[in-house]
Design a protein around this ligand. Structure first.
Ligand SMILES: *Cc1c(COP(=O)(O)O)cnc(C)c1O
Length: 357
């Protein structure tokens, strides 16, 4: 086990009022960092005060985008324990993203140990109001000062922490989604299965246009035929048709969501039919026409479950479940957030205790 050097911050901040947290704007006092240099490997695991960080204006990440990230959460349970949700699954995916972006794999046991130590140090930053959490953002950037396209030889890994407010501050509500016909985010053989900034850069234009038209996000179709459903901006997508929940299979162009996995496993444990397969937007519209489309919902770490109340495809709008939260969406939301906040027994082994307060 690598020793993690700790440099404490001189001044400590305080957690703002829990109804004023928002998302991703406030950061804790410390961060974790680790360096990689070709020939030496990953080294210098450390916890240091959170703050600005010097990189060269020629740092490769700024020019060629070789970078990856993760997003997971820690929670404060009602009995005042600090827990993380499926951290090792997130770190395994981090290494999968590293492979896709030709970033050297990390020893995730070291990253995990660093993460635990960081969250324990910052435990007073974990908010406790219902729906709030400590958002954990690990990321790796390529830092060689070199303007020329190649695989970098130097990287820095960071983990920063941000206390975040309830995603559904104004209530758990269905959203309106535009089915994207024009823009493409990712294609099989591309970067879609990696959690990498490039996928977000590729999605901004489409989401701006959709927002101007009054939608919350876009639903991506496969980039080639614009027929098969992929995922929503930052979430995987599920359709409940004839009491079966269906989500697009992992085909290399969509993200292997941890919440998606949780939903599939939880639904199956309830005896529901939960299927991963190719599904076209035409099939969804047909099911709606036949009265068989019962629910649509997104899944992701930030929102957990996001019910969809309206879809618009080629100008044709359909309303799902009378724009009401579906029974399965609500049940999954309650169950998964219950697991995360320690109200539901963790029979899957997804919740990892970090500290007691
Ligand atoms: C992070 C992410 C998701 C959701 O994954 P979770 O592990 O459930 O948070 C879905 N799609 C994309 C593009 C993402 O970046």
């Amino acid at each position: 086990m690598t020793d993690i050097a700790v440099t404490l911050a001189d001044k400590r901040g305080t957690l703002p009022a829990e109804d004023k947290l928002g998302f991703g704007k406030i950061f804790t006092d410390h961060m974790f960092a680790m360096d990689y240099v070709e020939g030496k490997g990953w080294h210098n695991a450390r916890i240091v005060p959170y703050g600005d960080y010097d990189i060269s204006p020629a740092a490769m990440v700024l020019h060629y985008g070789q970078a990856i990230f993760e997003g997971m959460k820690a929670f404060r349970t009602e009995d005042n324990r600090i827990v993380m949700y499926r951290p090792m699954d997130h770190l395994k995916r981090f290494n999968n993203s590293a492979d896709i972006l030709t970033i050297p794999r990390m020893d995730i046991d070291v990253v995990h140990a660093g993460l635990r130590q960081l969250v324990e140090l910052e435990k007073h930053w974990v908010p406790k109001a219902l729906g709030t959490s400590l958002y954990i953002r690990p990321f790796v950037i390529s830092i060689d000062p070199y303007v020329g396209v190649k695989v970098a030889e130097q990287y820095t890994l960071f983990i920063i922490l941000s206390p975040v407010g309830a995603y559904y501050a104004s209530g758990f509500k269905p959203v309106k989604i535009k089915v994207e016909e024009h823009f493409a985010r990712a294609v099989k053989g591309g970067l879609g299965e990696a959690k990498t900034p490039a996928n977000y850069a590729a999605s901004l234009k489409a989401s701006e246009v959709a927002k101007e038209e009054g939608y919350t996000q876009v639903l991506w179709l496969d980039a080639i035929e614009k027929k098969y459903i992929e995922e929503v901006g930052t979430m995987n997508i599920f359709f409940k048709i004839n009491d079966e929940i269906i989500t697009p299979e992992l085909d290399g162009s969509i993200l292997n969501g941890i919440t998606r996995r949780s939903v599939l496993q939880v639904a199956k444990s309830w005896g529901m039919k939960a299927t991963e397969r190719r599904i076209s937007i035409a099939e969804v519209y047909e099911a709606h026409a036949k009265g068989q489309l019962q629910e649509v919902f997104g899944s992701g770490t930030a929102a957990v479950i996001s019910p969809v109340g309206e879809l618009s495809w080629k100008g044709k709008k359909i309303t799902i479940n009378n724009n009401q939260i579906g029974e399965t969406s609500q049940k999954l939301f309650d169950y998964i957030t219950g697991l995360q906040q320690g109200r539901v027994a963790d029979k899957f082994g997804w919740v990892e205790e970090v500290a007691k307060l």
